[in-house]
Design a binder for this molecule. Sequence first.
Ligand SMILES: C[S@@+](CC[C@H](N)C(=O)[O-])C[C@H]1O[C@@H](n2cnc3c(N)ncnc32)[C@H](O)[C@@H]1O
Length: 212
Amino acid sequence: MNRTHEEIYRARKQFFNDSAASWLDTWYRDPETGRLERHRKDFDRLFSILPLKAGDTVLDAGCGSGVLVPMVLERITGKGLLYELDYAERMIETNRGLHREENIRFIVADVAEAPLEDESCDVVFCFSCFPHFQDKERAMINLSRILKRGGTFVVAHFESSEGINRHHESCRAVMHDRLPCESEMRALFERAALRIEAFIDEPGFYCIVAKK
Ligand SMILES: C[S@@+](CC[C@H](N)C(=O)[O-])C[C@H]1O[C@@H](n2cnc3c(N)ncnc32)[C@H](O)[C@@H]1O
């Protein structure tokens, strides 16, 4: 039976809500050390590419239960501000329970309707979530609106595009969620007035860095 866009959207959101409590353990906890450092080298690489600095305002779009929070806060310090945004209420609930710092604002919203002010963020992250955005064009245009002029927009994964798309095919709730090919991604960025500075798509690492 063909599912409607609405049914696919609801099933995907349900899947993320149902996965919220165990998300960090499933994907980031190192079974040997018991710490959330399974991808420590990948995160070191990602943050070595990004110009995060003390005082920055950052939007973590599709933040889930907040794997990026400690790494972003360490860099923006108490002078910066971090928006943790996700449409899955239980992801935000879990995230809020784990992270109590005063300079975090938690928002439940679809990225395409994220209610932040125009040009209010220095950096917008879409970490490990872009394929799941149902309306990618609306999402990009809204997120670009929120980004300051000269600000940085990042789409990143710890897999190649081919690896991510293969991985999603095996899970019914997200089997339609694809990372578009390079030419489609470039067109999406251009339509959102974002200039791509780096495009890396290699085994184990995918990262687009763009400026507004
Ligand atoms: C694969 S998870 C990754 C979460 C987190 N970034 C991480 O790496 O642990 C994708 C996240 O994107 C969120 N998401 C998917 N579509 C969204 C949308 N349209 N608006 C806001 N959040 C969305 C999901 O709820 C989920 O938390």
